[in-house]
Write a protein that binds this ligand. Structure first.
Ligand code: GLU
Length: 294
C-alpha cells in the first residue's frame, strides 16, 4: 500500500466556514490517524472567484484550529506549465479536442453532444478544450469509503471542459494533475464533489495516473436548507485558538465522532489529540447533507 498522503485544497473565495472546516478537519484526522502526511493546496486558478487576502486568512484559521500542514503550501496559480503539458498529452492521444460551441447552442441537450469532436465548428472563434467521454473505460466505478460503490456512465456525463475559452484552467484538470504530482493517496472532501469524481477518474485513466482512495463527507446545510457556503453567508470562523475551541468541537460532532462533552472547552491541541486517536470513518452516517449540529 502507498504511504498515506492527504490534502486540503480550498478555493480562496473567502474565509473558512463550518463546512470547509469539516473538510479540513476530516482530511487532517484521516491522515494523522494513519500517521500520514497532510498537505495544503490553495486552488486559486480562477482569479474572479478568489477574494483578496482569503488565502492568508485560511492559513491563519487552520493554525488557530491546530491544523498544521506538512511542507510548503502549494499554489495552483503557478502551475500553468504542468496543466498545459497534461492537456497536450491528452490532445496527442486524441482524447482532448478544441471546442467553439457556446452553452446556448446546446442548451436543448442534457450534456454537450460532442459536436466539435472532429474539429471545431467555428475554428476562428475562442476555443475551449474538452475531454472525450466516448473513449476510455465505461462504466467508471470505484468504492467511496463512506458512500460505497459508485458507478457512472461517462457519455451520460458529457465531454467535460479542461480549459475554458477565456484561457483559465478548469478545476477537473488542475485537481487531477496536482493530486498526482503531490503523490496524494487519499482524497477526503465534501459530498458536493462526489459527482465530479468520475471526470477525475476518467482523466487519471487517460493520463495513466494512479488512483487515489476517496472519502466524501456529508455536507452541512444552512438554516435555509441550502449548502453552507460563502454565498449563503455562512459565518466566518475565528482565527484565534481560544475562540476556535467550540467550533472544533462542533465540527467533531458533525463528523459523528461523538466527542465527550467536556472536550468542548479544552484547547484545540487536546481536542485534536483525542480526535486523532478516536477517528472512525465507520462512525459516520452516509447522507449527502444534513443540518448543522447545535
Ligand atoms: N477547491 C475545491 C473547493 O474548495 C475542493 C477541491 C477538492 O477537494 O478536490 O471546493
Amino acid at each position: 500500500m502507498r504511504a498515506y498522503r492527504g490534502r486540503f485544497a480550498p478555493t480562496p473565495s473567502g474565509p473558512l466556514h463550518l463546512g470547509s472546516l469539516i473538510a479540513a478537519l476530516a482530511s487532517y484526522l484521516d491522515a494523522r490517524h494513519q500517521r500520514g502526511q497532510w498537505l495544503l493546496r490553495i486552488e486559486d486558478i480562477d482569479p474572479p472567484r478568489c477574494a483578496a487576502g482569503a488565502a492568508a486568512t485560511i492559513q491563519r484559521q487552520l493554525e488557530a484550529f491546530g491544523l498544521y500542514w506538512d511542507g510548503p503550501v502549494h499554489w495552483q496559480h503557478d502551475r500553468h506549465a504542468a496543466y498545459q503539458q497534461a492537456l497536450e498529452r491528452l490532445a496527442a492521444l486524441e482524447l482532448a479536442y478544441p471546442c467553439s460551441c457556446s452553452r446556448k447552442q446546446w442548451q436543448d441537450h442534457p450534456v454537450y453532444p460532442g459536436w466539435c469532436r472532429d474539429g471545431p465548428r467555428q475554428p476562428d472563434s475562442p476555443l475551449a478544450w474538452r475531454l472525450r467521454s466516448d473513449l476510455g473505460p465505461t462504466p467508471i466505478s470505484w468504492q467511496d469509503r463512506l458512500f460505497g460503490h459508485q458507478q457512472f456512465t461517462p457519455t451520460a456525463m458529457g465531454d467535460v471542459v479542461l480549459k475554458r475559452k477565456d484561457g483559465l484552467w478548469a478545476y477537473q484538470l488542475a485537481v487531477v494533475v496536482d493530486d498526482a504530482d503531490q503523490g496524494i493517496s487519499d482524497i477526503v472532501r465534501g459530498a458536493d464533489l462526489l459527482d465530479n469524481t468520475p471526470w477525475q477518474r476518467q482523466l487519471q485513466h487517460a493520463l495513466g495516473l494512479p488512483t487515489p482512495r476517496y472519502l466524501h463527507l456529508p455536507l452541512i446545510l444552512a438554516d435555509n436548507g441550502q449548502k453552507l457556503s460563502k454565498q449563503n453567508l455562512a459565518p466566518a470562523l475565528p482565527d484565534t485558538s481560544d475562540a476556535a475551541r467550540p467550533w472544533l468541537y462542533r465540527a467533531l460532532v458533525a463528523l459523528d465522532q461523538s466527542p465527550p462533552e467536556g472536550l468542548a472547552t479544552e484547547p484545540v491541541e487536546t481536542q485534536l489529540a483525542w480526535a486523532i486517536d478516536h477517528w472512525s470513518v465507520g462512525a459516520m452516517v452516509a447522507c449527502h447533507a444534513r443540518p448543522a449540529p447545535e
